[in-house]
Design a binder for this molecule. Structure first.
Ligand code: PHE
Length: 431
């Protein structure tokens, strides 16, 4: 299920649009370095802490450290991040649902570019529709968590995630024939972009956390379900690779469409919704591909949402001694209500700025990716690097040669590199 948590809207929706806003190549390069040098070590650390702690993200620190451990703050921060992220993630999940419903009616067939871009505009303008779709997405997440993950959803993932991957590869192959493909490749992989700012660096670090579900305990919670024999290094590498390849392929396809049809790479959160339907409206078999695509993205988004809700429910259930059904209902309801403010951010509350021209939606998105997840990651990384005995960490590396080489990176990244890089970037971008 960790791959289900990692692969989601972060890969298909968020990565392409923030790469576009930050000028492409250099941003992508920094992001890739962050995944390898900071993200993967923290991923392994979180898996390890969860596997050893065997409890919810707050109480695990009691097991790993001591009863009144100050490190429990990591768990509290994680729960706040999970509530914040899921509340706006579910709103975007609702957008995907909207597109799936249109696709099911073959609604993108032979539509003009204007007609396609007006779909999102009219959704944004309607508070009712936004709230209803957000409700449905949150309700689906609630049902899955209530029924207990591990059974149906786990089996479905084994088929649907590879299917999603092959569909993306199919789209990539098709996009080779678009005249904008060369430019798309250039845009994402050539290093001479001029747009990158300090803030862009922080965005790259923050996104490496977001896309791997790090810094807030989702991966730790997953680790707590693993038995002590699971090979953590292999799991982390496999997920990091799958997650990165999916994001890059999505980016290549989306920018090929952008450059073929003369759209703007810096379109923002609309990017995927304005580009892909355009492709589906033109290719043969487009209506069926559109249904498969939005259906699979919805599934990927749901598995990520489930992992976010699970973090909150696991804590709430144990802390307040409540039944799973009660905990899941209350947590889902609270998250839904917070999310309503994000659903209204594109219409009724679009002029209501929380901070520096940021609507509630943008504020939560920025707060979590730029601050909460990196700070959570920083603390997890310090705890793992300095509080866990080196010999114990060495044990998990005794499995393969590749792992032995990576040991050095893991230790120095979690001890020094990750904490330092995160601190400098946060300080530099706030002053
Ligand atoms: N990693 C998920 C994605 O890429 C989002 C997520 C973030 C899920 C944090 C869980 C925790 O869409």
């Amino acid at each position: 299920m960790a791959v289900g948590s990692a692969v989601g809207l972060g890969n298909i929706w968020k990565f392409p649009y923030i790469a576009g806003e930050n000028g492409g190549g250099l941003f992508v390069f920094v992001y890739l370095i962050c995944i390898f040098l900071i993200g993967l070590p923290i991923f392994i650390g979180e898996l390890y802490l969860g596997q050893q702690g065997q409890s919810n993200i707050v109480d695990s620190f009691k097991v790993l450290d001591r009863k009144k451990s100050p490190w429990r703050i990591i768990g509290i921060l994680g729960i706040l991040s999970a509530v914040g992220i899921l509340s706006f993630y579910s709103v975007v999940g609702g957008w995907i649902l909207n597109y799936l419903l249109i696709a099911l009616k073959f609604g993108f067939e032979s539509q003009s570019e204007q007609q396609i871009s007006s779909v999102l505009e009219s959704l944004f303008a309607s508070p009712q529709r936004q709230i209803i779709l957000h409700f449905i997405f949150m309700f689906l997440t609630f049902i899955i968590v209530m029924r207990g993950i591990g059974q149906g959803i786990e089996k479905a993932s084994k088929i649907l995630m590879p299917l999603f991957f092959f569909l993306l590869i199919g789209l990539l192959i098709y996009s080779f024939s678009l005249k904008g493909f060369g430019e798309s490749f250039q845009f994402l992989f050539s290093l001479n972009s001029k747009k990158m700012t300090v803030h862009g660096f922080l965005e790259a670090v923050g996104h490496s956390f977001f896309t791997l579900s790090l810094g807030m305990g989702a991966i730790m919670t997953y680790g707590s379900y693993l038995d002590k024999k699971t090979n953590l290094i292999k799991t982390a590498f496999y997920i990091g690779l799958a997650d990165t390849v999916i994001a890059l392929v999505a980016g290549l396809v989306i920018f090929a469409i952008v450059f073929t049809f003369g759209l703007k790479p810096e379109a923002g959160p609309q990017l995927m919704f304005e580009t892909l339907p355009m492709l589906f409206s033109k290719v043969s078999g487009g209506p069926i591909i559109a249904i498969a695509f939005f259906g699979l993205v919805l599934f990927a988004a749901l598995t990520s949402a489930v992992s976010l809700l699970q973090v909150v429910v696991a804590y709430f259930e144990e802390r307040f001694h409540k039944s799973n059904a009660y905990a899941t209902t209350i947590c889902s309801l609270v998250i839904f209500l917070v999310g309503v403010l994000s659903a209204l951010s594109t219409n009724v509350l679009s002029e209501f700025y929380i901070f520096k021209k940021l609507t509630f939606f943008d504020f939560l998105d920025n707060l979590s990716s730029h601050y909460l997840l990196p700070i959570g990651g920083l603390l997890i990384s310090l705890f793992f690097g300095w509080k866990i005995e080196l010999n114990k960490i060495k044990e998990i590396f005794s499995t393969s040669k590749l792992a032995k080489h990576y040991f050095f990176i893991l230790i120095w990244s979690t001890r020094v590199l990750a904490p330092l890089a995160i601190t400098i970037l946060i300080i530099r971008s706030t002053i």
